[in-house]
Design a protein around this ligand. Structure first.
Ligand code: BEZ
Length: 255
């Protein structure tokens, strides 16, 4: 999600679908972990442009997709007019014991404070309901963010860090504090191919512009060129840009 800025909707939903559809493709096996059952009511938290909500609906569940980005929700509704989508912020969920499961792919690393989201997720679930999520864990894309940070500092600029990348210990503790029984937690490396010669640049333009907030276009351009050059030997494998994703997967049960 598509959940990072308060004032401006930074998400370009068409670019997201065109160049970054891997986000929902990788989410397909999170759906297996969710193991949806026919007739269940499921909240897709951070639905983006709706592809996983659509996959869930094909499994005969009743799905509501929510996202903080109006652009994403608009695109999702256009692609899947028969499904239900809504603009909503993960830290202000307004549901009471409505869902059998809350499902979230590639969103919670944008959401701060995490405990506020977890409280809302817990409240949204029926008794016995499950929370199944995947998002960036400690060290996620660190090769990229370290290099951007280093280059920005060379220009006496202070980089922002818009994400929350917890360790398993940190996140499962927060889950327990919210009331969940944590039944599964996994922190793993998932090297992620970025399409095309401009793969790294496109990825930064899509996901990491928050690091450049308040920084001039001119400096941003120079930093991007240096980052690309310096990371080529580290991140191009067999001619393909590979981002050093590290993900967390969790399951929590509301008891
Ligand atoms: C994402 O939203 O998919 C994402 C954001 C930052 C780093 C990696 C992935």
């Amino acid at each position: 999600m598509k959940d990072t800025k308060d004032l401006k909707d930074q998400w370009n939903a068409s670019l997201y679908d065109l160049k970054h559809s891997f986000v929902s493709k990788f989410g397909n096996d999170l759906v297996d972990l969710l193991a949806p059952k026919k007739g269940e009511k499921i909240l897709d938290l951070g639905c983006g442009t709706g592809d996983l909500a659509n996959k869930l609906s094909e499994l005969e569940v009743i799905v509501l997709g929510i996202d903080k980005s109006e652009n994403m929700v608009h695109q999702a509704q256009k692609k899947y007019p028969k499904l239900s989508f809504m603009v909503s912020d993960a830290i202000n969920l307004d549901f009471e014991e409505e869902f059998d499961a809350v499902f979230s792919n590639a969103t919670l690393h944008w959401v701060k404070p995490p405990n506020k989201a977890l409280d809302g997720i817990y409240r949204s679930l029926k008794h016995g309901g499950r929370f199944v999520a995947e998002f960036g864990g400690k060290g996620n894309v660190q090769t990229i963010t370290d290099e951007i940070t280093h280059q920005l500092k060379n220009y006496q600029q202070t980089p922002q860090f818009p994400w929350y990348y917890p360790s398993i210990g940190e996140y499962t503790t927060l889950m327990e504090q919210a009331g969940f029984r944590v039944t599964f937690a996994h922190h793993y490396d998932r090297p992620t191919p970025l399409e095309g010669d401009n793969g790294l640049r496109n990825w930064i333009e899509m996901f990491a512009l928050g690091m450049f907030e308040g920084i001039s276009e001119n400096i941003k351009e120079q930093v991007l060129s240096k980052v690309e050059n310096n990371l080529k030997p580290l991140l191009i494998k067999d001619g393909i840009w590979m981002a050093d994703y590290k993900r967390i997967r969790v399951i929590g049960i509301k008891e």
